[in-house]
Write a protein that binds this ligand. Structure first.
Ligand SMILES: Nc1ncnc2c1ncn2[C@@H]1O[C@H](COP(=O)(O)OP(=O)(O)O)[C@@H](O)[C@H]1O
Ligand SMILES: [Mg+2]
Length: 316
C-alpha cells in the first residue's frame, strides 16, 4: 500500500527577519511534515533561534509568513501557542523549586484543572525519566536532568509540535543519548519535533529530515542521506595562466584528483573529486607541465564548505 501523503505541520513562505541592518533570516521556505523528527542545522548566528522564536510566536517576522498546523503565527498566535511546546536555548531554572512544584505551576498556567494536574505532572515526569526526582530541588539536578525537566515542562499541555532549541548543547555524551532516546519515544507517540543544533553529526542518526541554514538562508532541506550526496560534490578552484589555457587544461585533466576542467571566460574552473583531495596538485601539475600561473584561488565559501563546517560542528 502506498504511504499516505505527508501532512504539513509547519510551512514558511519567504519568512524573513531583520534586526536593523542585519538580515537574520532571508526568505525561508520550509516545510516540516507531521510526524517528522526534523533537524534544523546551522553554525552559530545562522538564524536557527530567530526561526524557532518566530514559529513560537515570540518574534514577529519582518516579511513572509509561517503556518503552524495551519494557524498563522501572527494572526492566530493564540491557536499556535496551544499546539506547540517551545524550549528556548536558554531558560532560567527555578533552583529553589521542587520538580513537581515547577511542573504544577506551568500546568496551572495552561489552565489544566488542579484535579487532573497531579496525573499530568506524573505522566510527563515518567516520559522524561525523572519520576524518581519528584521531590528534588531543581538546583540539585544534573544539567542533563534539568534539560529533561525543561522538556517535561513543554510537554505539560500535550502539544502536537515541539520546538527545541539546541536541547543537547552542553550535555555530556551520556545525557545527550538519554535526551535523544526521549525524543525518539516522543516521535513514536506521534509528536512532530523540530530540534536545532550546530552539529549535523549530532542529529544525523536521530532525524528523518534536516534543513541546513547559513547566514539566514536555507541551503538544504531533505533527507539526511541527501546531505552526503551534496557533500560528495568537489571543491572548485579557479586558475588563470599566462601560457596556453587549453594546454594547461589538458595537464590538469591527467590528474586523478581532478574531476573536471572547464574554460570559463579565459579562466579554468577546476573541480576536485572531493573535499579530501589535495589542493596542491593543481599548482604542481601546472608548474611541472610548464604552464605559468597568474592566479589560483579556491572558490568562495560555497555549499561544500558550509556542509563541511556543519558536519564537523565548527562555528563561525
Ligand atoms: N534580538 C536581536 N537583536 C539583534 N540581532 C539579533 C537578535 N537576535 C538575533 N540576532 C542576530 O541574528 C543572527 C541570527 O541569530 P540566531 O537566530 O540567534 O542564530 P543561531 O540561533 O543560528 O545561532 C545573528 O547574527 C544574531 O546576532
Ligand atoms: Mg541559537
Amino acid at each position: 500500500m502506498p504511504d499516505a501523503p505527508p501532512i504539513p505541520a509547519v510551512q514558511t513562505y519567504g519568512l524573513s527577519r531583520s534586526f536593523g541592518n542585519l538580515t537574520a533570516l532571508s526568505a525561508l521556505d520550509l516545510t516540516v511534515n507531521k510526524g517528522d523528527l526534523f533537524g534544523f542545522i546551522g553554525s552559530n548566528g545562522a538564524g536557527k533561534t530567530t526561526t524557532l522564536r518566530i514559529l513560537a510566536t515570540f518574534l514577529a517576522p519582518s516579511a513572509g509568513r509561517a503556518l503552524v498546523l495551519g494557524h498563522d503565527v501572527v494572526s492566530a498566535a493564540d491557536e499556535v501557542r496551544h499546539v506547540i511546546g517551545y524550549m528556548p536555548d536558554f531558560f532560567g531554572v527555578y533552583k529553589d523549586m521542587e520538580v513537581t512544584e515547577y511542573l504544577d505551576f506551568f500546568g496551572a498556567c495552561y489552565k489544566i484543572p488542579s484535579a487532573k494536574r497531579e496525573k499530568t505532572v506524573s505522566d510527563v515526569l515518567e516520559l522524561v525519566g525523572l519520576s524518581e526526582k519528584k521531590g528534588a530541588l531543581i538546583g540539585a539536578l544534573s544539567r542533563g536532568m534539568q534539560q529533561r525537566l525543561g522538556l517535561a515542562r513543554v510537554l505539560i499541555h500535550d502539544p502536537q509540535l515541539l520546538l527545541l532549541d539546541e536541547p543537547a548543547s552542553g550535555l555530556d555524551p551520556r545525557a545527550r543519548i538519554e535526551m535523544m532516546a526521549i525524543l525518539q519515544e516522543l516521535q513514536r507517540m506521534g509528536k512532530t519535533i523540530i530540534i536545532s543544533s550546530h552539529i549535523l553529526r549530532e542529529l544525523e542518526t536521530l532525524c528523518n529530515r534536516v534543513a541546513i541554514i547559513e547566514r539566514g538562508q536555507l541551503i538544504y532541506s531533505g533527507p539526511v542521506s541527501g546531505v552526503r550526496d551534496q557533500m560528495a560534490t568537489g571543491v572548485v578552484m579557479w586558475v588563470r595562466v599566462s601560457t596556453d589555457t587549453e594546454q594547461a587544461a589538458e595537464l590538469l585533466r591527467r590528474c586523478p584528483e581532478i574531476q573536471q576542467v572547464e574554460t570559463v571566460d579565459g579562466r579554468l574552473k577546476v573541480t576536485l573529486i572531493n573535499h579530501e583531495a589535495d589542493r596542491t596538485v593543481v599548482a604542481e601539475a601546472l608548474v611541472k607541465g610548464g604552464a605559468r600561473i597568474l592566479e589560483l584561488q579556491e572558490d568562495e565559501v560555497g555549499l561544500e564548505e558550509v556542509f563541511l563546517r556543519v558536519t564537523r560542528g565548527d562555528t563561525q
